[in-house]
Design a protein around this ligand. Structure first.
Ligand SMILES: O=C(CO)COP(=O)(O)O
Length: 249
C-alpha cells in the first residue's frame, strides 16, 4: 500500500523570526505539490510566529514533555505546543537520545503525550556507525521500536523516522539497498507491534537528504517521506526535495 508521502523539515537549533521568510516559498511549493504533505519543525520559540506567517503549512515541534504540566523547568508540554499551533511533534531524535540521554521509555511516553494532545508523533530511530559495522543495525532499530512505539495510537497519528546516526549532517547516506532492507524491517516490526495499524504508519528516511538524492531515496519501497535537517533551512534547498517527493509519489 503506497502511503501519501510526508516531507518534514527539522530546523534543530537554527532559525530566527527573519528566517521565517523562507516559509513563504516552502508553503507555495507545498501547495504546488499537492500529492505530498509538507511540514516544518522550527524551534519552540518560532512555532506561533511560523503558524501566523503561513497558516496553510503544517508546523511541528522538535520535542515535548511526557507530562501534562508541572514542575519541569524549561520543558514544554504537548498541550502548550497545540496551543501554539503545532500539529505534530518529533520525539526521540538521536541528538536528544545522545545529548539529553532520553531512553526508549521516555520517548514512548512523549509520543503517547503528543498523540493524546491531538498531534501526530514522529518517533525517531536509527543505529550508530559502530552498530552498523557490527551487523547490528536492524536489531538495534527493532529494539528501539519495541521500546519507543506507543501501542495505543492509530497508524495515522504515528510516523517513524529512520535516521542512521552516521548519516546525519555528514553528507553520507546508506545505499538504496540498505534503506530498502531497513524500511522493510521497520514495516514488519510495526505490523508485529500494531497489527493492521502498522501498515498505515509512514516511515520517513532522514540523514543527509539533499536536492540531488531526494527523489532516489523517496522512491525506495516503504520510504513514505523524508525528515530533512540542514537542507530544510532554506527554500532553495527544501523546495527541490518537496518536488523530489512529488516525483516519487
Ligand atoms: O537529523 C536529521 C533530521 O532530523 C537529518 O539532518 P541532516 O539532513 O542535516 O543530515
Amino acid at each position: 500500500m503506497a502511503l501519501r508521502k510526508l516531507v518534514a523539515g527539522n530546523w534543530k537549533m537554527n532559525g530566527s523570526i527573519a528566517a521565517l521568510a523562507e516559509l513563504d516559498a516552502i508553503a507555495a511549493a507545498a501547495k504546488a505539490n499537492g500529492t505530498v504533505d509538507v511540514a516544518i519543525c522550527p524551534p519552540f520559540t518560532l512555532i506561533a510566529s511560523a503558524v501566523a506567517r503561513t497558516p496553510e503549512l503544517t508546523i511541528g515541534a522538535q520535542d515535548c514533555h511526557a507530562a501534562a504540566k508541572g514542575a519541569h523547568t524549561g520543558c514544554i508540554s504537548a498541550a502548550m505546543l497545540v496551543e501554539a499551533g503545532a500539529t505534530l511533534a518529533i520525539v526521540g531524535h538521536s541528538e536528544r537520545r545522545a545529548d539529553q540521554h532520553e531512553t526508549d521509555a521516555e520517548v514512548q511516553a512523549k509520543a503517547t503525550a503528543a498523540i493524546a494532545a491531538g498531534m501526530r508523533a514522529i518517533v525517531c530511530v536509527g543505529e550508530t556507525e559502530g552498530e552498523r559495522d557490527a551487523g547490528r543495525a536492524v536489531g538495534v532499530v527493532e529494539g528501539q521500536l519495541d521500546g519507543s512505539i506507543p501501542r495505543d495510537g492509530t497508524g495515522v497519528t504515528l510516523v517513524v523516522a529512520y535516521e542512521p546516526v552516521w548519516a546525519i549532517g555528514t553528507g553520507r547516506t546508506p545505499s538504496v539497498d540498505d534503506v530498502a532492507e531497513m524500511h522493510a524491517a521497520i514495516r514488519a516490526k510495526l505490523s508485529a507491534l500494531l497489527g493492521a495499524e502498522g501498515a498505515k504508519v509512514r516511515i520517513l528516511y532522514g540523514g543527509s537528504v539533499k536536492p540531488d538524492n531526494a527523489k532516489e531515496l523517496l522512491s525506495v519501497a516503504d520510504v513514505d517521506g523524508a525528515l530533512v535537517g540542514g537542507a530544510s533551512l532554506t527554500a532553495a534547498q527544501f523546495v527541490p526535495i518537496i518536488e523530489g517527493g512529488a516525483a516519487a509519489s
